[in-house]
Ligand binder design. Sequence first.
Ligand code: PDD
Length: 292
Amino acid sequence: MMSIATDDVYLNGDYLPLSQAKISVLDRGFLFGDGVYEVIPAYAGRLFRLEQHLSRLDRSLDAILMQNPLSHDEWERALNRLLQNNQDQDYAVYLQITRGAAQGRDHSFPPDLKPTTFAMAYPASQPDAELIARGGSAITLPDIRWHLCHIKAITLLGNVLLRQQAFADGAVEAILIRDGYAYEGSTSNIFVVRDGRLTTPPDSDLLLPGVTRDLVIELAEANNLSLILAPITERELSMADEIWLTSSTKEVLPITRLNDEPVGAGVHGPVWQRIQDLFRHYKEQLRAGQVA
Ligand code: PDD
């Protein structure tokens, strides 16, 4: 395999420096946010749950009437090539597929467009140890997004505004409320613990089926933790003993303040600690090449 520079990116089959990666201003990703994406952590150069991320990518593409321009094997080769000189620390891979550039600007699209396919790797800092120890704060906000939140669409303006509002409020995340139920955060999934039992909302069009969330569910089930997939009311959220957020970048983050009130005892709880240990162990196994 030919070596590539550490900052090379992948664009439509080529590997080239970021500064030379150019796309048309008529690209529908630019004009309409017409595309989908994935963020995949890489620990010691090993991609975290690659197959699950690529399956979700296929489902997102399916939902927007597109086909994956690359096979899973081709994706694996391309992403590993981006990572080959980037194993000194933890990285994340971002990949995005847009519908491509049409002749002009029309909301409806011609059938034969050539998709724009892009990927890059960048250093991912480990979640802040102090934040994890202390726990983060979150606020609840009305979910102003559309109704197809299971698609990992690049059209993220709702998420951007919600996250920004949380940030302006000094919180790490906004937990989104729709019709009295908490579905997910603006960039993460949610879990709550009440009386020792773990709950996360079931898959639906109103939340992204997180790959980190699915691993947490798997770890909980494999280790006999009490877990149910059930809707979480806003009241249940506010009465929880523990709240956690999960995502590729946050991993499993305890939330110890919600809307300026302590969650449970106001410190991270025992169920979170158990999952955190299991999650850490999984990452160590991944680093050692023992799991995918
Ligand atoms: N976001 N829900 C939303 C709305 C998200 O944006 C994300 C992740 C998740 C968690 O999914 P996963 O565990 O597969 O990362 C849930 C990524 C990290 C982002 O947009 O950068």
